[in-house]
Design a protein around this ligand. Sequence first.
Ligand code: AKG
Length: 310
Amino acid sequence: MTAVRAAAPVSPHPAITDFIADGAHVFDDLVDPQAAAALLADIRATRPFDHRLFLSEAEFDADPQHVGVNPRPGRNLLERFEDRLDFVEQAPHIAGALRALLGEGYELLNRKVVCGVPQASVPAWLQARILGNPVNNLGAYVRPEYRDVTYFYGIDFHQDLIDYRDRPADFLTLYVYLHPVSRLDAPLFLLTGSHQLGGTVFPHDLTRQGPEAWLYRDGRGEEVEVRQRLLTGPAGFAAIWHACTLHGTQPDAADHERISLRYLLARGPAPAGIDEVNAALRGPLALPQTRLDLAPDGQAVVKGNIVNQV
Ligand SMILES: O=C(O)CCC(=O)C(=O)O
């Protein structure tokens, strides 16, 4: 008689189980720290990362531009380093997790260099103007030739869905530190479990419950307790999170800039773990409106910042 052998159960990729539970997956393995350091040195050599990044107050006031100031195709520093990115994009642990979550043939939506600007580099006139703003993307104030990088002076808790009105949360963010990032270097704060409520409108309804716990309400009658996780780590540290996972940064408190790589990657045509993750959400996958903090010209009209109170 032929013995019938039961098929061995296939356990899901840990990135899928972490996304279902936490809305994020932090990689145990680093991407090659030497390759990260070499890329960092070449990025740093492209410009002074200090007050010279910025327009003068008079130059800014002569023609304030609040939109179209982020990297875009044709003005993106990473385009110069495209052939240097295999240490991230082909790293087996990264590519394996992306295939599990997004399926074969996943799509690169966007990749760029992100800089956390230290206080000493932000001119006094600019500090006064942006004080208390929830989103301090400094692109509007940066000299046009340097707008191939995104510069932050902190950003309040938000979902990456914020930039994608009407698009379903079929994408994720991959974030890589190119040098060691401590508490002072504007590390990412993630609110684990916050993806569960699906898309919600920025600014978000968060009430502190304890040193690392928050109550998060979606404005539709649902709420969830979420935990704050600080992403500090060495050069080559990498993490991915769901488009509905709340995260933010405080202003860089170190004496040097924090430079990272940020990727947005979307589901491909093949079966993908993100479908299982999204099926478990308790809220909408897409929003007709993602934020209420901006005037039509892109200027901040809502003040207040939660992540800076942590
Ligand atoms: O790098 C930062 O300071 C913030 C990055 C971030 O939250 C984002 O790009 O969505």
